[in-house]
Design a protein around this ligand. Structure first.
Ligand code: B12
Ligand code: SF4
Ligand code: SF4
Length: 228
């Protein structure tokens, strides 16, 4: 992709509510599938989103109101598949599975992220609010965004307020995230603050300006509970 094409690609991505998280040149150990043409991809770009970035464009899309399941995944697939085709990429999606593609491993390779004590990746800029929406594969050796040179925020976070924010202690440093305990609390507490977003995520001191608003947070928590 030449510079003008890269800039058009970026503009279209942002206009649709997404952002370019980063990329890398895949190696065999990354378990990136071959492209449809049967060759090993030379570039993988990760497309992500934040709460305030994606919500308005998604809400204006037909999928948001059509009453069918998984509206945000369907919006993502439609828009990013079209964009990928226009720019000669092949898209992979995090919700296609099981088996699922190892999106978090791929995102870690892009830099800027660390694994939080509760499983999510927390980003040095987007905090714990970056969603991973697609991987775009190219058979060409493309320029990739400069890798953020940081071990990620959780490595240097001394206080770790995410560990003490859960009202039912469903998050522990040694045992990680206790999903059944979390679900039991959510199911029995319809007015819990968690219904607008996990309190561990809300407690993170890294930039909270990327957090979803209440309606957006509720949408994601309902899809999480419905998924399990
Ligand atoms: C299955 C799944 C779940 C399951 C089980 C998670 C688990 N224990 O593995 C359930 C339904 C519980 C779940 C919950 C959530 N999930 Co989830 N989940 C997935 C999914 C679709 C597949 C995970 C997988 O098996 N990958 C395959 C393995 C091979 O991939 P991997 O990268 O090598 O594996 C990593 C993960 O397993 C991770 N991990 C280990 N333990 C846990 C625990 C949790 C909670 C998570 C999120 C990850 C995680 O560690 C591995 C190494 O990095 C991914 C998408 C994807 N394709 O990865 C989203 C994904 C991991 N989930 C995500 C999110 C945001 C959530 C929720 C916060 C949803 C929400 N409300 O918004 C919740 C957490 C609940 C809360 N308290 O808020 C995001 C994470 C983004 C990020 N910044 O890291 C992903 C990437 C989806 C996305 N489109 O962005 N999830
Ligand atoms: S509070 Fe600290 S350890 Fe927890 S997710 Fe945020 S940066 Fe990571
Ligand atoms: S959603 Fe609430 S109950 Fe579940 S882990 Fe987060 S803070 Fe705990």
């Amino acid at each position: 992709m030449n510079a003008p094409a890269a800039s058009r690609f970026s503009e279209k991505l942002v206009a649709a509510g997404f952002l370019l998280v980063g990329g890398f040149q895949p190696e065999e150990t990354d378990h990136v599938p071959e492209t449809g043409g049967g060759s090993a991809p030379k570039t993988l770009l990760i497309v992500g989103s934040t709460g305030p970035g994606l919500w308005p464009t998604f809400k204006a899309a037909p999928e948001a109101e059509d009453g069918k399941p998984d509206p945000m995944d369907r919006y993502t697939r439609r828009v990013l598949s079209e964009l990928a085709a226009d720019f000669d990429f092949e898209p992979l999606f995090p919700f296609d599975g099981p088996p699922y593609h190892p999106f978090q491993k791929w995102a870690l390779k892009c830099g800027g992220f660390s694994q939080s004590p509760f499983g999510l990746l927390t980003h040095i800029i987007y905090g714990p609010w970056a969603g991973l929406r697609a991987a775009l594969l190219s058979a060409d050796d493309l320029d990739i965004p400069t890798r953020l040179d940081t071990p990620g925020p959780c490595v240097t976070c001394k206080e770790k307020p995410c560990l003490t924010a859960c009202p039912v202690d469903a998050i522990q440093l040694d045992t990680g995230y206790d999903i059944p305990r979390c679900l039991e609390y959510l199911g029995s507490t319809p007015d819990a603050g968690c219904w607008t977003g996990c309190r561990a995520r809300k407690a993170c001191p890294i930039d909270q300006s990327h957090a979803p608003d209440a309606a957006n947070g509720r949408f994601h928590m309902k899809s999480f509970v419905g998924f399990v």
